[in-house]
Design a protein around this ligand. Structure first.
Ligand code: ATR
Length: 267
């Protein structure tokens, strides 16, 4: 029997998840279909009741509901620690945070060995949280943020160090992660850290995936840095969600191809 999956967010904009997951279903022969659900905040609770009643098998959760979803399902450990979820398995009634797997998968697949590195995470929102959680046990993680207060709070929560932006150039990092929307389509095309920092040749991971090659990635490559694109993050968080949903190994390359071609279409 055909199983139904989807993504819930508001506004949903042009979500990559449907093409990515439908390509994976086609490739693996899994009898599934994945659809976008744009749900307004006042309807969120009834939408969750609705997906349960309709027997929808799994959903992804995106902005602005990654925290609000928590009260409805059993939380996996990483969800409790991060305070946000992006994947719900309705059969097992559990919610997961596969952004963590997205971070690890993107780095690994790009040949960045995220162990014993000095890592700087720029930003203090949901994306930054998943990064810090994913990397803090095996690396020395530092946080910087435009609004110091928010950055300090995140640093304290995960017991890592906050660094003021003014001090960054005096330090050296092995890996810089952009977890802000700088460089994203519709946001300022500005670098999240100065060129002087890129000149020290850290590996660079930009969580922004639209456009696939951001200003940060372009500059990083021009300085000879190893660069990891947000497209990989998107694909690996989706791959882990696919595995939770279906119990099958995700066809990562096929999913990536589907995303890249969809991004080209909307460019
Ligand atoms: P997400 O859930 O995608 O991480 P978010 O919670 O809105 O999104 O967090 C966005 C992060 O990007 C924040 O750390 C924000 O900094 P502030 O805490 O100062 O708001 C950062 N950010 C957004 N726009 C920025 C900009 N123009 N310059 C620098 N940082 C920016």
């Amino acid at each position: 029997m055909m199983e139904v999956f989807g993504v819930i967010g508001y506004p949903l904009g042009h979500s990559m998840s449907p093409v990515m997951h439908n390509a994976a279903f086609r490739e693996t022969g899994y009898q599934g279909i994945y659809v976008p659900f744009e749900v307004r905040p006042e309807n969120f609770e009834s939408a969750i009741e609705g997906i349960k009643a309709l027997g929808i098998r799994g959903i992804n959760i995106t902005i602005p509901y990654k925290e609000r979803i928590l009260e409805f399902f059993r939380q996996r450990r990483e969800v409790r620690e991060i305070g946000a979820a992006n994947t719900v398995d309705l059969k097992r009634k559990t919610c997961h945070n596969t952004d963590v797997d997205g971070v690890i998968g993107a780095l690994q697949s790009s040949g960045v060995d995220a162990k014993d590195m000095e890592v700087l995470v720029v930003g203090a929102g949901g994306a930054a949280k998943a990064c810090v959680y994913a990397l803090k046990d095996d690396n020395e993680v530092y946080i910087t943020n435009r609004t110091a207060k928010k950055g300090v709070e995140l640093a304290e929560r995960f017991d890592v160090e906050f660094i003021e932006r003014e001090r960054l150039e005096t330090l050296k990092f092995d890996l810089i992660i952009n977890a802000t929307p700088l460089g994203m389509k519709g946001f300022p095309e500005k670098l999240p850290v100065s060129e002087k920092i890129l000149g020290k040749k850290p590996a660079v991971f930009d969580m922004v995936y639209n456009p696939p090659e951001t200003l940060l990635i372009r500059k990083a490559l021009s300085y000879g840095c190893k660069a990891v694109s947000g497209v990989d993050m998107l694909v690996y968080q989706g791959a882990k969600a696919f595995e939770i949903f279906t119990g099958k190994k995700a066809p990562v390359e096929v999913m990536k191809k589907a995303v890249v071609s969809e991004l080209k279409k909307i460019a």
